[in-house]
Design a protein around this ligand. Structure first.
Ligand code: GAL
Length: 388
């Protein structure tokens, strides 16, 4: 029996936000090549994940689930081999209920058959959703069942649980063997969506239940969607796409809280600004840091303006002894944010050198606290090094 032990959050790309269930093999092959050519694979985005919609619409009775032959004419084994040949890992999707959220066959009652099929196709990651689940079986039993089925295949398969934080999942997720677990709603390319998730994250005690080998997952990165992509056309959201400043905020916070980094834009339309965000090596190193400590919110000592509820300061200690501090301003106008060193573990008499992880240059010397002006709907992320 083989197991995976994750020492850093998983990174990759997922098909959902761009294609929803409109998948086709030729386009997906193009996407994989494009990701590789642009350096995403080399930067660590190694899981290439199919979300819902790869399945044949009806399951043949008594069989493991099968793929849609029109969408994948050469088959999933061959598709997986192609991904592996490029150097990617192969991710797939299923659901703990009788149907998936998109109405395709779910794995309920077929967990062991399906897990074996995934292993036979060379799958390296399974995202496991929570629609159409039976009401008389506790969610934790269903997620344990698939976890068990995956382990029994003997193939190391990263298990990505997607029950949106229902049933207090943070209290039992580790009993299922899951390596990551969704803690809330789907991400969307809008300011409303990003700011409401940021607000919720600020109220959760992530450090208590997210860390090595089992990471809390606030859903996909939206950087680079730029209003494009199937989920952008659902008509359920009002307003324009989020924009680069918001993409920067989401990416920064995701890196700081040790979130899985799953891109979701169409990489064939990556702009230079998008690449600058998603390939920010200094922030990627923060996400992948060996200490595995998710950022925690710090008390804001002083605000020059009112409306502190829309401003947050987060701190993430790194294994080398530096501390990354993120100042997030959800207001529309600039704000001065100040956070004292004590909540980061330093003393008010300490002096630190700051380095700006977006501007990529030194950002001054601070004593006792860090104070910066942050533009509206934007963030400043600093790496602080204490003078010893
Ligand atoms: C939702 C899930 C999305 C996507 C979709 C597929 O439940 O949160 O991320 O996987 O199902 O139908």
């Amino acid at each position: 029996m083989q197991e995976i032990f994750l020492k850093a959050p998983p990174m990759g790309w997922n098909s959902w936000n761009t294609f929803m269930d409109g998948l086709d093999e030729a386009t997906l092959r193009e996407i994989a090549v494009s990701l590789k050519e642009q350096g995403f694979l080399e930067a660590g985005y190694e899981y290439f994940c199919l979300d819902d919609g790869w399945e044949e619409k009806t399951r043949r009775v008594g069989c493991g689930v099968d793929y849609d032959r029109k969408k994948f004419p050469s088959g999933l084994k061959s598709f997986g081999d192609f991904l592996h040949g490029l150097g990617f890992k192969f991710g797939i999707y299923s659901c703990a209920g009788t149907l998936t959220c998109g109405g395709y066959p779910g794995s309920y009652g077929y967990e062991y058959e399906d897990a074996q099929k995934f292993a036979d196709w060379g799958v390296d990651l399974l995202k496991y959703d929570n629609c159409y689940v039976p009401t008389d079986v506790p969610g934790k039993f269903l997620y344990r069942r698939m976890g068990q089925a995956l382990r029994e295949t003997g193939r190391p398969i990263l298990y990505s649980m997607c029950n949106w934080g229902f049933d207090d999942s943070q209290t039992w997720v580790r009993s299922t063997g899951a390596h990551s677990y969704r803690i809330g709603t789907d991400s969307r390319d809008t300011w409303e969506n990003v700011q409401s998730v940021m607000h919720v994250l600020g109220k959760m005690n992530l450090t208590a239940f997210s860390g090595a080998n089992c990471y809390a997952d606030p859903d996909f990165l939206i950087a680079g969607m730029n209003g494009r992509g199937a989920v952008s056309n659902l008509g359920e959201e009002i307003g324009p796409n989020a924009g680069y400043n918001v993409y920067r905020m989401q990416f920064s916070l995701w890196c700081m809280i040790c979130a899985p980094l799953m891109m979701s834009h169409d990489p064939r339309y990556t702009t230079p600004q998008t690449a600058e965000i998603l390939l920010n090596r200094e922030l990627l190193a923060v996400n992948q840091d060996a200490a595995n400590i998710p950022a925690f919110p710090c008390r804001i000592e002083k605000m020059m303006e009112a409306d502190a509820s829309k401003c947050e300061v987060w701190a993430k200690p790194l294994s080398c002894g530096d501390v990354v501090v993120g100042l997030f301003n959800r207001k529309d106008t600039p704000a001065y944010l100040q956070a004292g060193f004590e909540s980061m573990g330093w003393l008010l008499s300490d002096t630190v050198d700051a380095y700006d992880l977006w501007a990529h240059r030194p950002a001054g010397v601070f004593r006792g606290n860090v104070t910066m002006q942050v533009p509206g709907r934007d963030c400043v992320v600093l790496r602080l090094h204490r003078r010893r």
